[in-house]
Ligand binder design. Structure first.
Ligand code: ATP
Ligand code: ZN
Length: 293
């Protein structure tokens, strides 16, 4: 029987998020994390645990059917003219969000893309950076580094960097300031554009549908409250991102009803306080574990 071969990072940010997502999709794995292969016990899925940089190639070459990789790595492979071009995004996975940014010393002369003309830029994403600058008519020297890019200006290896940023703390700690966003990235599920096996696709479809449920439910909450009948419309209008709520009678009361709603946006304390101010009582906010909409 066909098994879906899935390439996942062996350790790192994508490994954790990827395993977490697959577990929430119901996959169970037999062994610890220290093996190249992991076989799901309860679904026809095999995982191949590799370095994230190798994932586009593994999928393009057919060694794996699908892979979980950062969009930044995929786009770099595409710009570099390597096999990334043969791949497509099957699903955006909503974790490992980061941005690829141009940055330079805070107190230095480089404040914009135009200031990069003739300068040296250190990056682990040479093809992406080069394409970005060329498109804006800037010619700069690209210094390729495989890690610790943020130290390049201090070591006089380059005047600016193009690197992944999430909170900005690393830039800050190295006296750098970002001035331009080159790419917004998140983990993505990739596959070959052509030449896939229908059986593998069918298994992947099940996982993708479950993943959508997991991703959608991550921010989604279930709200229950009691609402005065005459304030019902005002209360409904305060519920963030909810469609038609369920209204139920409360035994022995005709001035108050129970309201249940699925809210697809974050529910803040401010929202709860506003609901309370409109007369809502017994307000409960519950996490939703799984959802098939
Ligand atoms: P490997 O050994 O597999 O090559 P790596 O050092 O390239 O590991 P990580 O640092 O785990 O990998 O990053 C993997 C991916 O996670 C990146 O390609 C990017 O998509 C995402 N990522 C990187 N830095 C951040 C960050 N600060 N916040 C969120 N996501 C990030
Ligand atoms: Zn890597």
């Amino acid at each position: 029987m066909t098994r879906l071969r899935l390439a996942v990072q062996s350790k790192g940010r994508l490994a954790e998020g990827g395993m977490d997502l697959l577990k929430k999709c119901g996959l169970q794995f037999a062994y610890g994390r220290d093996r190249l292969h992991q076989r799901a016990e309860n679904m026809p899925v095999d995982m191949m645990l590799v370095r994230d940089d190798d994932i586009p190639n593994f999928v393009a070459s057919g060694a794996c059917d699908y892979g979980i990789v950062g969009e930044n790595v995929l786009v770099e492979e595409q710009f570099a003219g390597r096999r990334g071009k043969e791949l497509e995004i099957a699903l955006r996975l909503g974790f490992a969000k980061c941005t690829l940014k141009l940055a330079a010393p805070k107190d230095g002369p480089i404040k914009s893309v135009a200031d990069l003309e003739g300068k040296a830029i250190a990056t682990s994403y040479p093809a992406l950076t080069k394409a970005y600058l060329e498109e804006r008519g800037i010619s700069a020297e690209i210094v390729e580094m495989n890690g610790s890019v943020e130290v390049a200006p201090r070591l006089n290896i380059a005047e600016a960097i193009c690197d992944l940023v999430s909170s900005g703390a690393t830039l800050e700690a190295n006296g750098l300031a970002a001035f331009e966003t080159v790419l917004r990235s998140e983990a993505v599920l990739v596959r070959r554009k052509t030449g896939r096996e229908p059986e593998a696709d069918a298994i992947a479809e099940i996982l993708m549908r479950r993943s959508e449920g997991v991703i959608n439910s991550a921010q989604t909450k279930y709200i229950m409250l009691n609402a005065p009948v005459d304030r019902l419309e005002a209360i409904k209008s305060l519920l963030p991102g909810s469609d038609a709520p369920t209204i139920a009678q409360i035994v022995g009361r005709d001035d108050v009803v129970a309201l249940h709603a699925v809210c697809r946006e974050r529910v803040f304390w401010e929202t709860l306080e506003a609901l309370e101010a409109e007369g809502a009582r017994a307000i409960l906010v519950l996490p939703i574990e799984k959802m098939l909409a």
